[in-house]
Structures are given as C-alpha cells and as structure tokens.
Write a protein that binds this ligand. Sequence first.
Ligand SMILES: *Cc1c(COP(=O)(O)O)cnc(C)c1O
Length: 378
Amino acid sequence: MQDKIWLSPPHMGGNEMTYVQEAYDTNWVAPLGKNVSEFEKSIAKYLDLNQASALIAGTASIHLALILLGVKAGDEVIAQSFTFSATVNPILYLGATPILIDSEEDTWNMSPLALRRAIDDRISKGKKPKAIIPVHLYGMPAKMNEIKKIADFYSIPIVEDAAEALGSKLNDKKMGTWGKLGVLSFNGNKIITTSGGGALISDDETLIERSRFLASQSRDDAPHYQHSEIGYNYRMSNIVAGIGRGQMEVIDERVEQRRKVNTWYKALLSEQEGITFHNEPTKNYYSNYWLTSIIVNPKETGGVTNSDIILALEKENIESRPLWKPMHLQPIFSKYPFYSTGVSKMLFEKGLCFPSGSNMSENDMQRIKTTLKQILKF
Ligand SMILES: *Cc1c(COP(=O)(O)O)cnc(C)c1O
C-alpha cells in the first residue's frame, strides 16, 4: 500500500522549532509568554488590526465571542446550518437556542434572503436574535456585504466564523474582520496549524482585552485570588504559540499553494461533465481554497456519484470526504428552528472535498489523477 494522501495535513514552514526551542531554553513552558504575544501580534498585523487574542481552540473563541456579546440562557443566536458542529455547539453551552439558516448557491454559505426571513420571523414571535454567525466554508467568503447590511439594519452583531478562511478576502477586506468579532482556528488540518488552537479578533480593543480577562479565569485586580465573574481557562500555551509564530511567516505562501492545487483540479476536470466546482462567484471574492470542493451530478457523469469517487480514492489510500452534513440534519440540532432554501441538503448529498494539502507532491497528484481518470473516464 502506498503512503496515505491526507485531506489537509500540517505543513511546517521551518522556523517553528526555533520558537518552541526558545520557550524550552527560557523555561517558559507555560500558558502565555513571549511566543503568545508575538503570535498575537503577527495575526493582528496580517489582518490589519491592533490586537488579537490567542486561545486554545476556535470553538473556545466562538464561546467567548458569544459571552462577550452577552448571550444568555433562553436567548436566540442565528447560525449557518451548513458548517462543522463547532460553529453551533457554543450556543448550546450557554443554554441559548440556535436558529439555523440554509445556504445560497453561489458561495454555499448563509443565504441573506433566508437570514432576513428568519430575523423577521423571530422578531414577530417575540425574540430578537442576539448574534449572527456566518461561516466561510472551505475558505469561500460568505456574501458579507448583504449579510452585514441586514445585520446593521436590525442592529444584530456578527460573529464571523473564519476558522477555514484565514487569508481569504472579499472586496480586498480579509475575512474575520467583517463582523464585530471574528474567529480563527489553528487545528491540525486548517490552512496553518499550531496542532490545536484558535484566536478571537476584533477591531474593538476593549472586547479583546475583556476576552483575555475571561480566558484567564476572570481574575480581578487584587493581591489575592478574587473573582467577580465566571472565568474560563482558554488562553493559548507558549509552546503551541511557538508553532504559530513559525506558521504565520508562511501564511501567504500557503494560500498561494492551496490556490494552485485548486487550479490544478479545475484544469484536470475541465472536460469532465457533471462536476461543478465551488467557485468564487465574482472577481470580488478571493478564497484561500482551504479545501477544493465539488458537486457531482450522476445524471451527467454516467452514473458516478460523489460516494463512488470517495470510495475509489479510499481504495488507493487517498483521503477525501463528503461536504459537511448540515446542522439541521444532525440528530442533536434537528429540533431547532430552520429557515430553508434546499441548498445545503443538496450540497451534502452530492458534494465532496478533494485532498488539498499545500504540501501535495507531484507523485501525489499523479496518483489522484490516475484514480480520478479510472472512475470518471475523462
Ligand atoms: C475547525 C472549525 C471550527 C473549530 O475550530 P477548533 O479550533 O477545531 O475548535 C469552527 N468552525 C469551523 C467552520 C471549523 O472548520
């Protein structure tokens, strides 16, 4: 059996160990420290913000974002249904109710039409939602111009789940910086990784300051340990942040490499009927193409389905996977209000993500090409 080709493996830049070693050498094997502050600075600089708060995970960052916006038990929070469960789970941590919004066809992300319908309906039922969480899936920016207009009209803050979209842009403005708060993830399979980690970003520095306070056990300014609020242990470790410092040095390169992989797949399958790529809808969109994704129409491929392709790749030890199963179809979330367009169900049934690592070799590409040619016969 040949080596496994992973969906999205880590890709170190080279300097990560230097920073991790520095932490060892100074015996700063602890939460916080120089690596954390330097990592935060590099994130802020990259996104053109003054501050960022490095945390243990993207999920923890969403949790804190909702706390910062005052979400409490019984509140309603709007979220994109077509996403990874980590977008929605923090709503339930707080005892609030997720209101799930379907996708539109251009970006596969939150439908502005369904969003407006949902807000009007929730308000007519007596509750104005406390926050809106759009997601930029697989790196593709959601229709933030429209979503922001609606959010501003109703004065509802946006928490942008940019966990998959570091380096993506809409109208030249980086994703993560469109909402009141933005969330990044550095989990093992994201475009850059710290093994596990996340960040909370905002141009509102008091929110970031407060996130640091909450994330380090909400310790009051006193000589003894005093607490007036519930605290969390969510700050990033100095070892993990060392990896992050090295990774931020190569983020632009990683975006370019992922986009090259995307271009390669598009060229490879350009003559193939029945395959639709997850594409930037206009020139204003710039995706990091974290994962190259497609929809397969078996009526046009001669009967070949997305599952057939996934299984054929798996037989060759090549990892691909179905698109996210929408939250409204998940056993744990299906009881919550859902505003449908029909799009995310279709995407789940027909789509798949190709292996898209920035460190994919020529040999890997050759293996993928051979396997796809066999199953699709292009
Ligand atoms: C990865 C991911 C998260 C969660 O990030 P973690 O760092 O793994 O907690 C949240 N939302 C989306 C869309 C993700 O892909």
